[in-house]
Design a binder for this molecule. Structure first.
Ligand code: PA5
Length: 442
């Protein structure tokens, strides 16, 4: 199997990279020694190599039972309990799978508080055979709890309590939280999210693996790719060959040079949610203590027709990291047209992807000319194995990068502020003083 490749030469020289490699090596050492900030959340570091085939068999068996019973399975979760599965499923699925009725569909809920979204989802599920995977590490997150309450009720009404229990799986903490309590009381099948794996690093636990398996994808290949990358970015691999070290070095160097925004770019619409997952991973890990690169993303060529102007010519505080895919799954050539009224015959016979690749190259050159440093990550293809490599690569680089920045990459104290205000505004019991204080400000 090939490896994903990272190139830096359109952003930094080898000399620049070498100048701070020692910092990254030290950061990596801290990660592996487990003596840095947030060291109780390092379970992800050796997760791929520690997952056993027997465990993956168990996840696959539960997925198979859900697939057998259900036309639709709704994965309920938010943030780290949502984005990993969504990313992998979107990347691997037929773009029009929901119109082609190809087996069990995985839909998502609990990732927003959209009344219309939930209403319309309930409408869709009416009369359908459906099941639920309720994913929450804390077991107390409001958004998924609301969605689960609604959908559980609907499922029980549609199929009865006994059958509903066979179609609900809970993925949560081993012992704590409301979801654990509910699952134990109702007798749902459960999977545990390890204590030492935080939400945004949890895609290779049942949080991601179960919905991905239900969607029909090969979780063994996914974990295999991640395990290979775990080795390739291992502590004893020379820094010059360790892609995670080099990516962490590159982004920290660019940040220090005033490039405060990193834009993750794709030229393949299936990678839209890769960027959403990556934004959470880096945004939540590094955006603290008034520091951190702002992770942004664009889908090209679509967004070249909207954000292209800003990127080419706006404030020069950005750099791009392009996720480039070498080979497509399908082949489609541009046909000849006798009339040639659209003037496109010069492209006749070329593959659509040949045109896309030239758009990619042309954009890279234009943006470099415009003063936007360009990093590139090349995936030989979009499949489970290379996505697994990419996931571990980004996670490892994130841990190193966060330590280089001097923050705790494994906490997220900032996400509590909105919750406190929301509960105060909603008069949640226990929030009386906050309620009074916030209402006085309105
Ligand atoms: O990364 C994180 O910790 C968060 O994004 C959480 O995953 C998110 O808030 C969901 O939390 P929970 O799984 O506890 O419902």
């Amino acid at each position: 199997m090939e490896k994903i490749r990272v190139s830096y030469e359109k952003a930094l020289t080898e000399e620049q990279i070498s100048s701070v490699v020692a910092e990254a090596v030290a950061a990596q050492k801290t990660l592996h020694a487990g003596d840095g900030k947030g060291n109780d959340f390092l379970g992800w570091l050796t997760l791929p190599s520690s997952i056993t085939p027997a465990f993956l068999d168990e996840v696959e068996a539960v997925a198979a039972s859900l697939r057998e019973r259900c036309e639709v399975v709704v994965a309920i979760g938010i943030g780290g309990s949502y984005l990993g599965a969504k990313m992998v499923i979107e990347a691997l699925s037929d773009a029009f799978a929901s119109y082609k009725s190809a087996g069990t569909q995985v839909l998502f809920a609990g990732q927003n508080i959209g009344e219309d979204y939930l209403y319309e989802l309930q409408e869709l599920l009416r009369g359908k055979q459906f099941g639920l995977i309720n994913i929450s590490k804390s077991g107390t997150t409001t958004e998924p709890a609301i969605a689960f309450r609604l959908l559980k009720k609907q499922l029980e009404e549609q199929v009865g309590k006994d059958e509903a229990k066979k179609r609900i799986v809970a993925v949560t903490d081993a012992a704590r939280g409301a979801l654990r309590k509910l699952a134990d009381m109702e007798g749902y099948k459960t999977f545990v999210i390890p204590d030492n794996v935080g939400g945004r690093f949890s895609v290779l636990t049942p949080v991601g693996l179960l919905p991905i398996a239900v969607a029909g994808f090969d979780i063994k290949q996914l974990v295999g790719g991640a395990a290979d990358m775990e080795q390739q970015c291992g502590e004893n691999v020379p820094a010059a060959e360790n892609q995670a070290i080099r990516y962490a070095v590159a982004r920290n160097l660019l940040y220090r040079a005033g490039k405060k925004i990193e834009i993750l770019v794709n030229f393949n619409p299936k990678l839209h949610f890769l960027a959403e997952w990556w934004k959470q991973l880096y945004g939540e890990s590094e955006g603290k203590d008034k520091k951190g690169i702002f992770p942004a993303s664009v889908d090209f060529t679509t967004d070249l027709h909207s954000m292209g102007q800003w990127i080419q010519d706006g404030e020069r505080t950005i750099f791009e990291t392009v996720v480039s895919v070498e080979t497509m799954k399908h082949t489609l050539a541009i046909p000849t047209d006798e009339e040639n009224l659209d003037g496109l015959n010069f492209l006749a016979g070329k593959r659509i992807d040949d045109v896309n690749k030239m758009a990619e190259l042309g954009t890279q050159i234009a943006h470099i000319d415009g003063g936007v440093p360009n990093l590139k990550i090349t995936l030989p293809a979009i499949n489970e194995y290379y996505l697994g490599q990419l996931i571990y690569f980004f996670e490892k680089a994130c841990g190193i990068s966060g330590y280089m920045l001097g923050v705790n990459p494994f906490d997220q104290p900032g996400v509590e502020a909105y919750k406190k205000n929301m509960f105060a505004l909603l008069d949640k019991p226990g929030y009386e003083a906050e309620s009074k204080a916030i209402k006085a400000r309105l």
